[in-house]
Design a protein around this ligand. Structure first.
Ligand code: ARG
Length: 565
């Protein structure tokens, strides 16, 4: 717990009948720092004291004595507001950052606990769609947020590599695609085969039956079907990997839906045993009407399994294999019902861990730039999006800083960082509108802006040219601009906790934007490098701490931090 909150709690415990954790939950941070550093609302005491919250606040503030590290206690309306001793706060915060460095923000809360993160999970034989990008970026950030908190994380790519569509693809491939050699195949070729299949199937419905038959063969382990399917899968994985590499995203396991084919039999048997199944229109279902949901389909009338069946099997398998504390599925909001349904089935199967499965949903990504619009039939190719971003940043660097060394690497870090930040900085449940001018603006609330702020701090430290020391006179950092920035830096660990609690990487983005704003206000008001040795030493420590926090924050989001740009 925050050192200051601890002190505030012990002050309040003497004068109220509240428990430690009750007080902790009530304590707020006033939106305006002029109102104090912490505030305690008195509404909940109204009943016990039989007085208005305003009167309680006044009385409490009169009886409480501020002792270090609390500097002042003041009633403001129904709140008791606490001002902390600036020197103490600065010393604690800056010393912690300078000791913990890259580890600042890391915790041990998750020690010995495992979190499974199911993310990106694209469908093979199709291009990685934009929602797989959003899932990849949000999932990767959540993975690192939990890792920072000390959890063992298992990142799983639940590839969509099973289903009737692969029967369709096999039919299409055999009819119109097999003249090309396997190795020259691309995902675009596979995608075109799909499109062709659907066009032809409209005229010739018999094709659908053929496709079903091929998928049935595939589920039964037919050699030819398996070989073709493996080829589709290899082709797709090669292309997906290229994008994951560009984004610096790593998975601990690529385990596609096909893997669970061998397990669904047992899973379905267990569901049956619990008496949960019914036959409806020849299909095997779990009736979820009592829970106001449509039925969960386990087997179609042709005996083939479904997406939900495989998800249930996968959940059981993961529980057995990883014994997770929590399982997080990062998947678009349009699949909300699917997750609610199969989580319910897990619960009905008697698994208490069903309540620890979470669907972390997100909105759509829309494109403002006509060139990248996702009008019907035109998918935005992610690779093109990333390449274009890097290209645009390269041009900006060429204009602004043509003599920069390693321009290529910087353009890549910033171009890709811009896309990642743009995706993550909106609350995940909202749609993201992707607009190049905004995304790449070095002065907006963007990745390039945060990265540029970081690079500027590095350049100040290079100019300083000496080791940064933490044995400074902390009273030299008492001015408002320095203090507000330091306080902000001290909030980093609690921002990560909150981001984990709500599965919300945008909290880290917004936090970093705040840090950059506070840094700029500090920088505009005070000279860092001057002839005054002591002041310089103190401000350099603050600059270094800010650099460190921005770096740690961006790394959690999966964004690189070039030192020059
Ligand atoms: N492949 C699915 C799709 O593209 C997403 C899979 C998400 N993960 C899961 N366990 N269902 O829609």
């Amino acid at each position: 717990m925050d050192y200051f909150i601890k002190n505030i709690i012990s002050l309040l415990r003497e004068k109220t009948s509240l428990q430690e954790n009750e007080i902790e939950k009530l304590i707020e941070i006033p939106p305006d720092p002029k109102m104090g550093d912490y505030a305690f609302p008195c509404y909940s005491l109204s009943k016990t004291f039989k007085k208005s919250p305003n009167i309680i606040a006044t009385e409490l503030s009169n009886t409480l004595h501020a002792i270090r590290p609390i500097a002042e206690i003041k009633a403001i309306g129904p709140y008791v507001n606490f001002f902390v001793d600036r020197v103490t706060l600065s010393e604690i915060t800056l010393k912690t950052i300078s000791e913990e460095r890259d580890g600042y923000g890391t915790k041990t809360a998750g020690k010995d606990k495992t979190v499974v993160v199911d993310f990106s999970s694209p469908n093979i034989a199709k291009h990685l769609a934009v929602h797989h990008l959003r899932s990849a970026l949000i999932g990767n950030a959540i993975y690192h947020i939990y890792k920072t908190l000390g959890y063992k994380c298992v990142g799983v790519n639940h590839l969509g590599d099973w289903g009737t569509q692969f029967g369709q693809l096999i039919v299409a491939y055999k009819k119109w695609g097999s003249e090309n050699a396997h190795h020259t195949y691309t995902v675009t070729d596979l995608n075109n085969l799909y499109v062709r299949f659907h066009q032809e199937a409209e005229k010739n419905p018999g094709l659908e039956d053929e496709a079903r038959e091929w998928f049935r063969k595939l589920e039964a382990g037919d050699t030819e079907a398996k070989e073709l399917w493996q080829h589709f899968k290899d082709t797709s994985l090669k292309e997906f990997q290229k994008i994951y590499d560009m984004l610096g995203i790593h998975f601990d396991a690529f385990i596609g839906e096909s893997f669970y084919n061998a397990m669904v039999e047992d899973t379905v048997a267990r569901i049956k045993e619990k008496g949960l199944t019914k036959i409806s229109e020849q299909a095997l279902i779990v009736d979820l009407e009592p829970y106001n949901m449509p039925p969960c389909l386990l087997r179609k009338k042709d005996d083939t399994t479904l997406y939900a069946t495989r998800d249930i099997a996968a959940a059981e398998y993961r529980k057995k294999t990883y014994d997770f504390e929590k399982m997080i599925y990062v998947v678009g909001s349009e699949q909300k019902l699917h997750f609610n349904q199969f989580f319910k089935v897990l619960e009905l199967m008697g698994y208490d861990w069903a309540s620890r499965c979470v669907h972390v949903d997100f909105g759509l990504m829309k494109f403002k730039d006509g060139k990248m619009s996702t009008r019907k039939g035109k998918v935005v190719l992610l690779e093109d999006l990333l390449i274009e971003s890097v290209e645009r940043i390269r041009k900006i660097i060429e204009e602004k800083n043509p003599s920069l060394e390693n321009k290529e690497a910087v353009a890549r870090d910033v171009g890709i960082g811009a896309v990642i930040f743009a995706d993550l900085c909106t609350k995940r449940s909202k749609d993201v509108v992707f607009d190049w001018d905004e995304v790449l603006n070095f002065e907006g609330e963007t990745g390039p802006y945060v990265q540029y702020t970081h690079a500027r701090l590095c350049s100040i430290l290079r100019k300083y040219g000496r080791p940064v020391m933490a044995d400074i006179k902390f009273e030299l950092l008492k001015e408002d601009e320095s203090f507000i920035l330091i306080k902000n830096l001290g909030q980093f660990p609690s921002v990560i906790l909150k981001a984990a609690e709500f599965y919300e990487p945008s909290l880290i983005c917004n936090y970093l934007i705040d840090v950059c704003g506070n840094l700029n206000r500090f920088y505009n008001a005070h000279r860092v490098l001057s002839d005054d040795k002591e002041i310089t030493k103190a401000r350099v420590l603050l600059v270094d701490a800010t650099r460190q926090v921005i770096k740690n924050g961006l790394h959690i989001l999966g964004i690189h931090t070039p030192e020059q740009m």
